[in-house]
Design a binder for this molecule. Structure first.
Ligand SMILES: Nc1ncnc2c1ncn2[C@@H]1O[C@H](COP(=O)(O)OP(=O)(O)OP(=O)(O)O)[C@@H](O)[C@H]1O
Ligand SMILES: [Mg+2]
Length: 224
């Protein structure tokens, strides 16, 4: 099976206010189509790890591979390109631009990547919205849709550039159980039908139990 993401001997220190070894020799990989979750107590380093894996934080020791390419040490321009092309993000809070329509929000990462015409991007965005059963929301302002709908829009936006992996930091943390289950089912379907990989930080044990694998963290280390 192909490896989509690999972390090798990742160590990170925060230097302020005191030297703090926050991530300790992190090693793991995510295979193509795998749906993995990361669990661990508050403060154990989950978000810090996700920042590194998503290429946004470059201040660490060790190596990170995306689709078997070494990412560590690349310049900012290349990192930003790789991030846009290969990684989709879903956070606890959706970060939609409220003055823009749903369609425009979903189109944004593709415009930033700049590989397709506006017409093609609009078509792709509508396809993603259809896939998530929210095409009727396309012309609405992002400020005018519900929390559960916003999270589905955020997933559509994360999918627009056809990434190899979706990373999420508590994407269901702000949702009621019905909407959380809905998001889980969408992720599950994406991994099974589109062979997409997912790496999702969650505090929700019911959610984690249903994923293919739980990566358990404790005090900056992966314990299983
Ligand atoms: N910029 C920073 N400078 C110094 N210490 C930090 C910084 N950011 C986070 N930390 C510390 O690093 C540790 C890990 O933080 P992190 O945000 O990764 O935890 P987490 O596992 O995501 O927690 P939560 O479940 O509450 O979101 C914590 O002890 C936190 O206080
Ligand atoms: Mg966190």
């Amino acid at each position: 099976m192909n490896t989509v993401l690999e972390a090798k001997h990742i160590n990170k220190y925060f230097k302020n206010p005191v030297l703090f070894h926050v991530l300790k020799d992190i090693n793991f990989e995510v295979k193509k189509g795998e749906f993995a979750s990361i669990m661990g107590k508050s403060g154990c380093g989950k978000s810090t790890l996700l920042y590194i894996l998503s290429t946004m934080d470059t201040d660490y020791d060790g190596e990170l591979y995306l689709d078997n390419n070494l990412i560590t040490g690349s310049d900012n321009k290349h990192l930003s390109y790789m991030r846009n092309k290969h990684i989709g993000f879903v956070f606890q809070f959706h970060y939609l631009l409220t003055e823009f329509t749903i369609l425009e929000n979903v189109m944004l990462p593709a415009k930033k990547l700049g590989e397709k015409s506006n017409q093609e991007i609009e078509h792709d965005a509508m396809e993603k919205l259809k896939m998530l059963n929210i095409e009727h929301l396309a012309p609405k302002r992002a400020s005018r849709v519900s929390g559960g709908e916003k999270q589905r829009v955020a997933i559509a936006r994360a999918l627009i550039n056809n990434p190899s992996i979706i990373m999420g930091d508590e994407p269901t943390g702000n949702l009621d159980s019905h909407n959380a289950e809905n998001v889980f089912n969408i992720f599950k379907q994406l991994s099974e039908e589109e062979n997409l990989s997912l790496l999702i930080v969650t505090h929700d044990e019911d959610f984690a139990k249903k994923t293919d694998r739980i990566i358990q963290m404790e005090d900056g280390k992966i314990i299983v």
